[in-house]
Design a protein around this ligand. Structure first.
Ligand code: SF4
Ligand code: SF4
Length: 393
C-alpha cells in the first residue's frame, strides 16, 4: 500500500462532519481508555494519526472506524477536547462514501439538498409506481367490516414490487461491500489465507447476530439492549414484508391473540419507541454521543418514525373499515418506507449494518492469519508485534 501524503485529506474528511485533529498531540489516552481498542487495532489514536499524516490509502484500508461503537469514553478522556469519538463517526461517513462506487453517498453526505432531493425523488417515484399498480378504490367493505385492501393494491403486485426493491437494495449494498472487502483485505497484497476466513466464520455469525462488542464498550449495556431490540424489530418487519407479505397483507381481520398481529405489533412498537428515544436524546444532547448531529443522524429516526406511524394508520383504518383514509395512509407509508430502505441502507447511515459485523470478522481473520504466520515461523506481523496496548498511552 502506498504511503503517499495527501495534504487535502483532512479538508476532505471534514466535509462529512466534525473532525478536529489540529489539537491532537497523539498522547494515546483515547486508545488507552477505549475498551474495544487492542494492540492490533489501536483506535481512535491511529485513525487520527493517519489523517494528520494525510495517509488516505492507509485510512481507506483501515477497519478501525468500524470497530468503534461510539460510547464516547475517548471524547470524555481526551485532554485536548478534540472529540475523537465523533471523529470516528465522521470517518465512518467518509469511508461509506469512499466504498460507494456510484458517488451518491458522497453527494448525500456532503449536501443536505442532495440527501433530501434523492429521498424526495425516490418517494415521488414510489407514489407514481403505486398509482400504476393500484387496481381501484372500492368503498364497500368485506363481510367482516374491513377495507378491501387487495382490491385496492393487489398483494401479488406489491409483493413483486417488494422483491424488485430488495434486489436493487442488495445489489448496491453488496457491490459496495465488495469494495470494502477489497480496500481492507486484498489491496495491500498480504491477503489472509482461506482457512483464516473459515476458522473465524463464527465471529461473523455471532457478532452479526448479537453485536456483542457493543456491550463491552463504555457504559453501553443499556444501549446494546436497545440496539438489539431495534435490530430484531427491523429484521422482523423487513422479513414480513419481503418474504411473508401474502400472510401479512390480508383482508382477514384476525382476532387480537393471532400471531400475525403480535409479530407486527412487536416490530412496530420496538421501532416506534426507539425512533422516538433516539430523536429525544438528540434534541436533549445530554449524552456524549448525541452532542453532534449530522443531517443523516436525524433522518434515520425521522424516516423510521414516519414509516411506523403511517403503518399504524394503515392497520387502524383497515380494521376500522375506513377505505379512503387507509388508501392514502398506504400511499404515504410506501412513499416513506421505500426511500428509507433503498437510499439509506446502501448509501447512508444504515450501511453500517453490513460494514460493522464484517469489520469485526475481518479483524478476527487478520489476527488469525497473523497467528498462523507466527506459528509457521514467518516474520512477525507488524500489527501483532506492536506490543501491549499500554504503548498507546
Ligand atoms: S486523547 Fe486521543 S485524540 Fe485526544 S489528544 Fe490524545 S491521542 Fe489525540
Ligand atoms: S467512542 Fe468508545 S468505542 Fe469508539 S473509539 Fe471512543 S472509546 Fe472506543
Amino acid at each position: 500500500m502506498e504511503n503517499v501524503t495527501d495534504p487535502g485529506l483532512i479538508a476532505d474528511i471534514r466535509r462529512y462532519g466534525h473532525f478536529d485533529v489540529d489539537g491532537c498531540y497523539n498522547c494515546g489516552s483515547c486508545a488507552a481508555v477505549c475498551a474495544l481498542s487492542e494492540d492490533s487495532a489501536l483506535f481512535p489514536r491511529k485513525s487520527m494519526r493517519l489523517a494528520q499524516l494525510g495517509l488516505r490509502e492507509r485510512l481507506l484500508g483501515s477497519l478501525d472506524p468500524w470497530l468503534c461503537y461510539y460510547c464516547g469514553d475517548c471524547s470524555k478522556t481526551c485532554p485536548r477536547q478534540t472529540e475523537p469519538g465523533e471523529s470516528m463517526m465522521t470517518l465512518r461517513r467518509f469511508l461509506t462514501a469512499q466504498y460507494d462506487w456510484t458517488g451518491l453517498s458522497a453527494r448525500m453526505y456532503r449536501s443536505a439538498w442532495w440527501e433530501l432531493g434523492v429521498l424526495g425523488a425516490v418517494g415521488l417515484l414510489t407514489g407514481w409506481i403505486m398509482s400504476r399498480l393500484m387496481a381501484g378504490m372500492p368503498t364497500e367493505l368485506t363481510a367482516q367490516g374491513g377495507v378491501r385492501i387487495n382490491e385496492f393494491l393487489p398483494m401479488t403486485r406489491v409483493h413483486a414490487f417488494d422483491w424488485v426493491m430488495a434486489a436493487g437494495l442488495t445489489f448496491f449494498l453488496m457491490s459496495n461491500v465488495a469494495r470494502f472487502f477489497w480496500y481492507t483485505m486484498l489491496r495491500d497484497g498480504d491477503a489472509p489465507p482461506l482457512r483464516s476466513y473459515v476458522s473465524e466464520l463464527w465471529t461473523l455469525v455471532w457478532d452479526g447476530a448479537t453485536q456483542i462488542r457493543f456491550r463491552e464498550c463504555g457504559e453501553n449495556s443499556p444501549r446494546w439492549v436497545k440496539h438489539l431490540l431495534l435490530v430484531t424489530g427491523y429484521g422482523l418487519m423487513f422479513s414480513l414484508i419481503v418474504f411473508f407479505l401474502p400472510w401479512f397483507q390480508t383482508e382477514n381481520l384476525y382476532p387480537l391473540w393471532h400471531p400475525q398481529r403480535w409479530l407486527g405489533y412487536y416490530a412496530t412498537a420496538v421501532l416506534t419507541v426507539f425512533a422516538v428515544e433516539i430523536l429525544w436524546s438528540r434534541v436533549k444532547k445530554e449524552e456524549e454521543i448525541h452532542r453532534f448531529s449530522d443531517l443523516s443522524d436525524w433522518l434515520f429516526p425521522i424516516l423510521l418514525l414516519l414509516t411506523t406511524l403511517t403503518g399504524i394508520a394503515v392497520h387502524v383504518f383497515r380494521y376500522a373499515g375506513w377505505p379512503f383514509p387507509m388508501y392514502y395512509a398506504y400511499f404515504a407509508h410506501m412513499m416513506v418506507a421505500v426511500p428509507m430502505l433503498t437510499v439509506e441502507v446502501p448509501f447512508g447511515k444504515w450501511a453500517h449494518i453490513s460494514y460493522r459485523p464484517l469489520a469485526a470478522y475481518f479483524q478476527a481473520v487478520k489476527t488469525n492469519a497473523a497467528g498462523l504466520r507466527r506459528a509457521e515461523g514467518a516474520a512477525p506481523d507488524a500489527a501483532a508485534d506492536a506490543g501491549p496496548k499500554a504503548q498507546a498511552a
